[in-house]
Design a binder for this molecule. Structure first.
Ligand SMILES: [Zn+2]
Length: 216
């Protein structure tokens, strides 16, 4: 329970969530998605960052998993912390706790599972992809099969036998994340947040930055 205190100290309000996400998303400072400019001005009324060069406005959540979210950032943090703390988290419980609609909670939890997937970018553990099996060493194949069985029994235990293939993949992400990060909730949380706030442009943004530097 010590970790929930640390969580509450880390994220007492919306501003602290924004600050944390900013540092996670732009570890070397703001970068414009369009032109690679690093100077910006903050429009406080709407919490968007305007590029000083091309005037493109970016919010902290745009192009991330939280794209166009209407939920307070703290709700996201609670959902992320909940799963990071190793507890089972159902959409119904989440909906009751945060007083949001079941449908919103469903969507939120699905995004959280996607964050679990993104934060575990280890191709070593992609045992889910079946066709690769034939090319692997027998010992790797056996280990994968074992992981696969464990994942399957995890899904059966928590989500029942009748799970659609689409959901099964998300539950598998959950299993893998929980399996790898069960020991330290706060570390798991920061890993999850990193997964949640990387964007499809992240590599591109830094690529542009390199180009700009070599040109000048
Ligand atoms: Zn720009």
């Amino acid at each position: 329970m010590a970790s929930i205190r640390r969580f509450m100290a880390l994220f007492p309000d919306e501003q602290s969530c924004r600050d944390y996400l900013f540092a996670a998303r732009w570890p070397r400072g703001f970068i414009c998605t369009k032109c690679g400019e690093m100077r910006y001005c903050l429009i406080r009324t709407r919490n968007v960052y305007e590029c000083a060069n091309c005037k493109t406005q970016t919010s902290i959540t745009s192009n991330t998993l939280m794209h166009r979210t209407k939920l307070p950032l703290r709700y996201w943090m609670v959902a992320l912390y909940w799963v990071a703390s190793g507890q089972r988290c159902s959409a119904r419980k989440l909906a009751q706790t945060l007083r949001i609609q079941q449908r919103t909670a469903d969507r939120l939890l699905r995004k959280v599972r996607l964050a679990m997937h993104k934060s575990e970018g280890t191709p070593m553990l992609d045992f889910w992809v079946r066709e690769k099996r034939s090319t692997q060493q027998p010992i790797v194949r056996r280990a994968m099969l074992m992981m696969y069985r464990k994942a399957r029994s995890f899904i059966r235990k928590y989500y029942g036998k009748r799970v659609s293939n689409w959901n099964r993949l998300y539950y598998y992400y959950e299993y893998r994340f929980r399996n790898n990060n069960g020991h330290n909730p706060i570390d798991a949380l920061s890993k999850l947040i990193l997964g949640a706030c990387t964007t499809i442009y992240t590599l591109n943004e830094y690529g542009m930055l390199r180009e700009r530097k070599s040109a000048s």
